[in-house]
Structure formats: structure tokens, C-alpha cells
Design a protein around this ligand. Structure first.
Ligand SMILES: *[C@@H]1O[C@H](CO)[C@@H](O)[C@H](O)[C@H]1NC(C)=O
Ligand SMILES: *[C@@H]1O[C@H](CO)[C@@H](O)[C@H](O)[C@H]1NC(C)=O
Length: 249
């Protein structure tokens, strides 16, 4: 009897606390700015980043560091490349260079640079800069100071409880491969280590050209995933918990 009434109270308490729509959803590492100065936004974003990229399982927000690429075909003329069982890591240490939020204009801009490591398996058949290739094996790609700028057009939506949320209308991005991309691709020529090493050295000597030729599908994939992650977060966490500035009418 004692236990039953205790359980009753506990259930009522839970219903009261979480059922009234005021329970905070944003994790504690989100420190809402009281204005939209870049100074505050950069600081808040930099502070939240290492935790945010781990994902928020209870809100269904996936991890961005690491994030996985199950399989990705990279379409090139004359060369068929598949990248699979991939893992991308390093986002938690990105440096946030600028954050711009124009609430009235429904614009959100983000600039950052990062060192990233991409590990996985690859298969490649065809020709690469004149060299015939027929390889498969471990792949590791390191990017040093990849720079990225993302422009997001936002909108405001109300959920079923009439609570305001940010939403993504569309986005575009630009990036620069930065200071260096290094490739470590095992077994570029099945059965010839010497030839594999020669071609790998050549790819590394010409890293910018190679990155520009191969990199875009992977970067597109990463940015798309990051945007979908942010969308999921916006969908769950109300506008009011993200910024202490009244929503534009
Ligand atoms: C916003 O204002 C509140 C109340 O004055 C304060 O506690 C909080 O630290 C401020 N937020 C930031 C990011 O400065
Ligand atoms: C990336 O690594 C380089 C060289 O190790 C270092 O100088 C740079 O500060 C790093 N950049 C970031 C964003 O961590």
C-alpha cells in the first residue's frame, strides 16, 4: 500500500513536470545568446560544438563525430570509385571563425575550419590521371585546415503545441581544402606494392587536384548530413531555448 501510493505520487510528479510543455529540451551546453552579435554567437557555438557533435540520442539527433559513411559511389568519367565502411572524425575540434544570425532576414551563416580524418575501405577501377588503377583496400585521408562556409536560409514554424521552432528553408556552402590533404590508399594496384607506392606518392604530390576531383561527393555527403542533423535539432528544441531574442513577426 505504501509503495503503491509512492508510485502514484511519482507518476503524478513526472506527468506534471514533463506534461506541461515547459520542460527544457535543449542540453545544458546550449547557452542562448541575449543578442545576435557574432561575438556571442561564435562563443556559444564554439562552446556547444564538442558536445553537440556527439549527438543527442534522446532527441534522435545523430552523432557527427564520428559519423559513418556506409557506402558512397564517387562517379567519375573513366574511373569507378566506391568508398565504404567509412568513418569521419574531427568535427569536435573545429574552430568556429564566424557565426551570423539575421533573424529578420531569416539567415544563418557559419564559418569554421577543421582537421578531419576519413578512414574506411575503397575500391577503384579505371584510370586516374593517366595511370590505370585496379585496387581495393584500406583508405585513410587526412585534411588539414579544411575551411567551410555554410549559408542557411531559415524559416519559423509552429509545432502541434503552437511552440516556435527554427527550420531550414535551403542552404548552400563553399569550402577550401585548406593546407594539405594526405592520402594513404593501400593496394592501388592489386599485387604490386612498388607500383602502388609510386602512384600513391604521385597522388600526394598532386593532392589539391586529386581532392578536387574526388572530394566533392564526400564533402556534399558530410554537409548534407550536418544540415539534416541541425534540422532534427531545430525540430525538437524550441526557438526560445536557442536564442533570447523575440521571434520576428
Ligand atoms: C543572458 O542573460 C541572462 C540573464 O541576465 C544571463 O544569465 C545569461 O548569462 C546571458 N547569456 C549570455 C550568453 O550572456
Ligand atoms: C590542424 O593541424 C595543424 C597541424 O597539425 C595545426 O597547426 C592546426 O592548428 C590544426 N587546426 C585545427 C582547426 O585544429
Amino acid at each position: 500500500m505504501e509503495l503503491r501510493s509512492f508510485l502514484c505520487c511519482a507518476v503524478l510528479l513526472i506527468v506534471f513536470c514533463f506534461g506541461n510543455g515547459h520542460a527544457k529540451l535543449a542540453p545544458d551546453y546550449i547557452h542562448p545568446c541575449n543578442d545576435t552579435t557574432s561575438e556571442c554567437l561564435v562563443k556559444a557555438t564554439q562552446f556547444a560544438l564538442p558536445e553537440f557533435v556527439k549527438g543527442i540520442p534522446e532527441l534522435g539527433v545523430p552523432s557527427l563525430d564520428p559519423f559513418t559513411i556506409d557506402q558512397l559511389a564517387i562517379p567519375l568519367s573513366g574511373l569507378k570509385v566506391t568508398f565504404y565502411k567509412g568513418k569521419v572524425s574531427g568535427f569536435r575540434k573545429c574552430i568556429v571563425d564566424n557565426v551570423i544570425s539575421q533573424l529578420e532576414k531569416r539567415y544563418f551563416g557559419l564559418e569554421f575550419h577543421c582537421n578531419l580524418t576519413i578512414k574506411g575501405q575503397y575500391g577503384a577501377v579505371g584510370k586516374i590521371l593517366l595511370f590505370p588503377i585496379n585496387g581495393e583496400g584500406d583508405a585513410k585521408v587526412k585534411l588539414t585546415n579544411l575551411r567551410m562556409k555554410v549559408d542557411i536560409n531559415t524559416k519559423y514554424v509552429k509545432d502541434e503545441n503552437a511552440v516556435n521552432h527554427f527550420a531550414v528553408r535551403n542552404y548552400k556552402y563553399s569550402f577550401d581544402y585548406g593546407d594539405r590533404v594526405s592520402f594513404d590508399l593501400k593496394n592501388l594496384f592489386k599485387g604490386s606494392k612498388e607500383l602502388s607506392d609510386t602512384v600513391l606518392a604521385f597522388l600526394n604530390d598532386n593532392w589539391r587536384t586529386v581532392a578536387e576531383e574526388f572530394g566533392k561527393p564526400i564533402v556534399d555527403y558530410a554537409v548534407d548530413l550536418a544540415i539534416r542533423t541541425i534540422e532534427k535539432f531545430f525540430e525538437k528544441v524550441p526557438y526560445e531555448e536557442l536564442v533570447n531574442v523575440p521571434i520576428p513577426q
